[in-house]
Design a protein around this ligand. Structure first.
Ligand code: NAP
Ligand code: HSE
Length: 435
């Protein structure tokens, strides 16, 4: 029976995250009630397949295949969106907010695409739109960035924010495991998105990067403004070379404020020095490294993917939303200013570059000359023998450069690709400096 203390929860979606939330709430409802005075009860759940027995102990009558029915249900006070996708999800979230119902979402794709519109709708309605689970799963990050670090002049945030790709890179690095096999394992463990291309091509991380940049710098950055490169081109030869040189390859989301005030937000594989805290982040773990002028360096670490960790963040938000609703409060991301987003060619970085070359005298001198012609200084070079199994039928020249302007590196690569002794420009990755 619903009492004045009871808050009815409507779920849009009951897959990996939704099902874990139902289980976690069943376990924690008494404690939450004891601490907050609120009883959270799941009263309606939208799924695609209402016939499937989900084994969650919910009455079958709560299930519907119509998300609008969940939002409209008068017994639903709080809405949790864990169905994913941008459309029609955006419409459902707007409808819930317009109806005065706070929304908790784990959907980074939605927030990164339509955050400004949704935040404005929440503000107009005077209700919460909370999204802690959308970035780095179970790690409390959104609230610290939005609240605890509001006074901090944050200069850079670098994160391993995709569990699937970190899991794959870890297995490739430590076990030499084949990419396709490890991806299938990540999918079976519930880490991957419905379409895992979003993970391995860096799009999931780009959405999270857009959200991080927005809340860290108080500007409006969408995922469309975040250039993303995933891990599909990372090969065993790159991982071996990186290890010999004292680096680990990680997919990083980087959001930084440049000297001119513009913001750079991007996702790409990076050679991270083994001594850097991010290098030690393995398996599906996520970590976000924050640098600020006053606070110095902070690192947030934990499980960034999977039902349990994500449900933990969703439930924390749900409790907050319930308490805020009872008190007539709501949280806010504040005013987001339009962002000046810097194109990547304004950046400077050390680079790792691999080239498949013809094995004959003079090739190295020719190649090195092209680097020199474009003002790109070589820090180190190695040659690896051909490895056809790794897509490298020719000898590989593997370079690390000194810090160079992105545009000079691009010009170097274009000129190298024109050389008849260069069979192929292989991997090109940034190297994280010791700054
Ligand atoms: P999932 O397992 O695919 O679950 C999606 C759920 O939504 C399913 O229950 C599905 O119904 C339901 N659904 C989808 N479209 C629907 C529609 N049009 N009408 C009614 N129900 C619909 O996804 P998930 O992994 O739980 O992820 C959910 C959200 O959380 C996504 O935004 C994802 O990016 C985010 N997230 C996931 C993780 C993670 O580790 N999995 C971590 C952080 C954030 P059926 O069950 O009948 O198919
Ligand atoms: N697919 C995502 C990941 C889920 O692997 O990190 C968490 O957002």
């Amino acid at each position: 029976m619903k009492t004045h203390k009871t808050r009815g929860v409507g779920l849009l979606g009951c897959g990996t995250v939704g099902a874990a939330l139902v289980a976690l709430l069943a376990e924690r409802a008494d404690v939450i009630e004891a601490r907050t005075g609120l009883r959270l009860e799941i009263v309606r759940v939208a799924v695609r397949d209402t016939a499937r027995d989900r084994g969650l102990g919910l009455d079958p009558s709560v299930f519907t295949d119509d998300p609008a029915a969940v939002i409209a249900d008068p017994g639903v006070d709080l809405v949790v969106e864990v169905m994913g996708g941008v459309e029609p999800t955006r419409r459902y979230v707007l409808d819930a907010l317009d109806a005065g119902k706070p929304v908790v979402t784990a959907n980074k794709e939605l927030i990164a695409a339509a955050g400004a519109e949704l935040f404005a709708a929440a503000e107009t309605a005077g209700v919460d739109l909370l999204f802690e689970a959308a970035v780095a799963g179970g790690i409390p990050l959104v609230r610290p960035l939005r609240e605890s670090l509001l006074g901090e002049p944050i200069s850079r945030v670098m994160g391993i924010v995709n569990g699937t790709t970190n899991f794959i890179l870890t297995k490739m690095t430590e076990e030499g495991a084949p990419y396709a096999e490890v991806l299938a394992e990540a999918q079976a463990l519930g880490y991957a998105e419905a379409d895992p291309a979003a993970d391995v091509e860096g799009l999931d991380a780009a959405a999270k990067c857009a959200i991080i940049a927005s809340i860290a710098f108080g500007v409006e950055v969408t995922s469309a403004q975040v250039p993303a490169e995933g891990i599909t081109a990372v090969r065993a030869v790159d991982i071996r070379f990186a290890a010999r040189k004292g680096y680990v390859i990680k997919l990083l989301a980087v959001a930084e404020r440049l000297a001119d005030g513009a913001v750079s937000a991007r996702v790409h594989p990076v050679l991270v020095p083994e001594t850097h805290p991010l290098a030690a982040v393995r398996d599906s773990f996520n970590a976000v490294f924050v640098e600020g002028a006053a606070v110095g360096q902070l690192m947030f670490y934990g499980r960034g993917a999977g039902g349990g960790p994500t449900a933990s963040a969703v439930l924390g938000d749900l409790v907050d939303a319930g308490v805020n609703q009872a008190r007539g409060h709501h949280a806010t991301v504040g005013t987001l200013r339009p962002a000046v987003v810097a194109p990547p060619d304004q950046l400077t970085s050390e680079y790792y570059i691999s080239l498949g070359v013809t094995d004959r005298p003079g090739v190295l001198a020719t190649v090195a000359g092209v680097f020199g012609d474009h003002g790109v200084s070589i820090l180190s070079m190695e040659q690896e023998e051909p490895d056809p199994d790794d897509g490298a039928p020719r000898p590989q020249l593997l370079f690390i450069t000194h810090a160079a302007a992105d545009r000079d590196v691009r010009a170097t690569l274009d000129a190298l690709a024109e050389l008849d002794v260069v069979e192929r420009v292989g991997s090109v990755m940034r190297v994280l400096g010791e700054d």
